[in-house]
Design a protein around this ligand. Structure first.
Ligand SMILES: [Zn+2]
Length: 204
């Protein structure tokens, strides 16, 4: 029965308990609230809500991406951050092809809607080149640390969104690429972060 319930989405992706309402249970909704460190908003700890990133990634919870995207937008408003645009940390292209979307982008698009500013795809993974598609998965996973390049120059203040942030280095690299592309300031947003202290260090 467990697999069937999971397949039908009747269990809460946040806690695994039977859903008492669509998408996310009431208890998880109550816990999933904007929290701030300098220049960064997140909704909960990695230990508690890291699985929501995986649920969007592997179970296609688009409604969940919308829900968390709006909560991140709320956090931006609560902090009085004024942003001109929202963008996402790019995923690896082969994953995007397998799933048909980038989960961070789905969240970022919902945040942009909530903030009534445009969403724009600004960054791409610079080291992901065509020749690498022929390499094995393990070789691809052993790629040098991700570097990002901007597709076009940008202006103004940006919100950079990822689904979950673990070490913070990927986010930091994407943020630097956005600043290099011309962003005057970059705020960050995610569902969950593993180490809020680390992310605040990267976000200054
Ligand atoms: Zn729950």
């Amino acid at each position: 029965m467990g697999w069937l319930e999971a397949f039908l989405g009747l269990r809460c992706p946040g806690c695994g308990q039977p859903l008492d309402q669509a998408v996310l249970c009431a208890a998880c909704r109550a816990e999933l609230v904007p929290r701030h460190v300098p220049n960064f908003v997140y909704l909960g700890s990695y230990q508690r809500f890291g699985n929501l990133g995986r649920a969007i990634k592997y179970r296609g919870h688009r409604e969940l991406a919308t829900l968390v995207g709006h909560k991140i937008a709320l956090g931006v408003q609560q902090a009085d951050w004024v942003v001109d645009g929202v963008t996402a940390v790019p995923t690896l292209l082969y994953r995007e092809i397998q799933r048909g979307y980038n989960q961070a982008e789905l969240i970022a698009q919902a945040s942009a809607k909530g903030l009534r500013v445009p969403y724009q795809r600004v960054l791409s993974r610079a080291r992901y080149t065509k020749s690498q598609t022929r390499k094995s998965l393990s070789e691809r996973l052993a790629l040098p640390e991700d570097t990002f390049a901007a597709k076009s120059p940008v202006k103004g203040v940006w919100l950079l969104v990822d689904d979950v942030v673990t070490t913070g280095t990927t986010f930091a690299r994407a943020r630097i690429a956005l600043l290099d592309a011309g962003a005057a300031k970059v705020y960050g947003g995610a569902i969950a972060v593993k180490s809020p202290h680390e992310i605040s260090r990267f976000s200054l």
